[in-house]
Design a protein around this ligand. Sequence first.
Ligand code: SAM
Ligand code: SF4
Length: 511
Amino acid sequence: MADFRSIRKFETAEDYRKNFIVQAEIDKYLPGGKHFIDDAKINTLIKSMDEDGEPDPAQVREIIAKSESTRETLTPDETCVLMRVKDPDLFREMEAAAERIKKTVYDNRIVVFAPLYMSNLCVNGCKYCGFREGNGEQRRRVLSMDELKEELSVVAGRIGHKRIIAVYGEHPTTSTEYIAESIETCYANQFAAPKSGCKVGIRRVNVNAAPLPIADLKVLRSVGIGTFQVFQETYNRKLYEEMHPAWSVKGNYDWRTTCFHRCLEAGVDDVGLGVLYGLCDWRYELLATIMHARDLERWFNIGPHTLSFPRLEPASGTRVPEESPWLIDDDTFHRIVVIARLSVPYTGIIITARESAQSRNRLLGCGMTQLDCSSNIAIKGYSDFADEAQQDKDRQQFMLGDNRSLDEMVRYLASRDIITSFCTAGYRCGRTGGCIMDALKTGREGKFCKINAVLTFREWLDDFASEATREIGERLIRKELEGIKEWLPKFYPTVLKQYEATARGKRDIFF
Ligand code: SAM
Ligand code: SF4
C-alpha cells in the first residue's frame, strides 16, 4: 500500500491553486533563470528555414546516416536542416530511413493500449479543452473505485487490453492519493477471459496527469506507475500564456516544462513528452521538443521514453480547435512524425485515436510504435455504453477520429505483417530509464521484445480473438516463431517451451 505521509493535501480548489507549486523544484532545473527552451535560437532557426530554401542533399543524407548509425538525438540545427527538405524524392529517403530506424529499434511490433479517463473535474482553464473549469456543457464526475472496477471489467476483461493510460483532470478530488489508489485498483483486479476463462488483467498503468512535486512522484513510483505523460501543449511561452490563464496552476509555464526533471529525480524514469499540435507553428514545437529531450539527457542521461502527437480535436464549449491559426493538415502531420523519428531515433512514438483511421494507417509506415484502440474517452463510457464506439461530447475531453476495435486493429496490423504486442515485461523487469535507452539504441530491445510479443500475442488470440482475427494471427505467429528460430537457434527450444505452456493456458510468462 502507498504511504501518503510525505505529501501535502489541499481541501479547496483555491488552496490548491495558491499553494501547489513548489518554486524550489523549478529553480533547481533553470539555473541562473536560463530556460533550456531557447526561444531566440528557435526563432533564428525558423527564420533561416524561411530564407535559406532547400538544403544540400549531401548534408541531409549525412544527418540521416548519423541518426541511423548512432540513434542519438539530433541537434536542433540538424533537425532544422531536415525541416527544410521540400524535394519529394529526398523526403521519400527520409521516410524510408524513419521506417528502417523503427524496424531496427522496435522490429515489426506495435504496442497497443487503451485510454481510461478517471475524472473530468479541473481547476484549470485551458481554452481548447472541454474539461476546463467554467465549461457548463460538461457533466462532471470522478470515478469511484467501484466504478473503476466496472471500467476495468470491460477494458481488461472484455476487450483484452493489458496496458492503459489513466487520464486525470487537475483537481484536489483527484489528488496524488486518488491517483495512487486508482493505479493500485487497476493492478489488483482480475477477470475471466471470454474465450478461455484464463485470468486476465491490466499489467501496466501509464498516467497522463498534471505536473507533480517530487514527493508526490515518489508515491506514484512506489505503486508501480509506468510512463508518466505530461503534454506541454505548446512550448511557445507567449502562446502558452494565451491558452492557459495566469490564475490557473497550468498557467505556470516553468512548472510544466520542469516536470520531467522532477520525475527523473524522483525515480519515475519513463517519461512521455508531447505537444498539442495546432496551437503553434509546428516547427517551433518540434525544435523545442528536441531541446527538451536534450536537456533531460544532459541532466540524467535519460531521454523521452515516448513522444506523443496529439492534434487539436473538436471539444465541448470551445471554438479553439476549429479556429486556431496553426491547425495542420494530414501531410504536414505525417512530415512531423517522420522528422521526429529521425530526430529522436530511440524513442517510442504514440499516435492516438484522435487521428482518423486513414491517417494512422499511413503513419504506421513511418515510425509509429504505439497506438490505442477500442478507445472510449467518455467518463465511465466503457461500462455505460452498449456500443463500444459511442461518444458523448458532454462527458469527454474531445472527439475521437478512429474508433476501430482492438480485434479489428489486430487483424489489420497482421494483414500488414505487424505483430500486436501486449508485452509489459520491460518495466516489470526493471528495463526502464537509462537501462532501456541503451537497449533501444543498440537495437537489442527490439529483438528481445519480439519473444515477449509472440507470447502475449498467443495469450490474446486464445483469450479474446474472433475467428477471423485468430486465423490471420496464427499465420503471423508461425512466421514469427520461424524468425526467432533462425535468429536465436540455441535459445529457441526455451522459447518454444514457454510458447507451448502459454498455448496450454499458462499466463504472464516473459523474458
Ligand atoms: N489535465 C492534465 C493536463 O492537462 O496536464 C492531464 C491531461 S489532459 C486530461 C490530456 C491531454 O489532452 C492534454 O494534455 C491535452 O494535450 C489534450 N487535449 C486537451 N484538449 C484537447 C483537444 N481539444 N483536442 C485534442 N487533445 C486535447
Ligand atoms: Fe484541465 Fe488538462 Fe483540460 Fe487543461 S487540458 S482543462 S488541465 S483537463
